[in-house]
Design a protein around this ligand. Structure first.
Ligand SMILES: [Zn+2]
Length: 89
C-alpha cells in the first residue's frame, strides 16, 4: 500500500496546496506521494532532474512568491531527504 505524505516527496510542496489534489498514478488514481507538477500518469514530469536542480527551482519559486531568501533556503534544505531522492543517494 502506498503511504500518504503531507508534502510532495519530490519538491517538498504541501500536497494540500496542490490545486489538482496531487499527481496521478498509471491507473489515473491520485498519488499520495507526489504533486501534480512533479508526477503525471505514473511518471515524473522531469525525470532527468537532479536533486540540486530541484532545490534551485523550488528556491526560485519560493522567492518569486515572496519568501525571504533564508526561509527558501531552509525549506529546500530538506529536499534531499524526500523519497524521490533518498534512493539515489
Ligand atoms: Zn512536487
Amino acid at each position: 500500500m502506498e503511504a500518504s505524505y503531507k508534502n510532495c516527496q519530490s519538491c517538498g510542496m504541501p500536497l494540500k496546496r496542490d490545486e489538482k489534489g496531487g499527481g496521478t498514478n498509471y491507473d489515473r488514481s491520485k498519488s499520495k506521494m507526489y504533486c501534480s507538477k512533479c508526477y503525471e500518469n505514473g511518471k515524473f514530469t522531469t525525470p532527468n532532474m537532479t536533486v540540486e536542480e530541484m532545490r534551485t527551482l523550488v528556491k526560485e519559486k519560493l522567492k518569486e512568491s515572496g519568501f525571504p531568501g533564508f526561509l527558501a533556503g531552509l525549506f529546500t534544505r530538506n529536499i534531499p531527504k524526500l523519497e524521490r531522492w533518498k534512493k539515489n543517494s
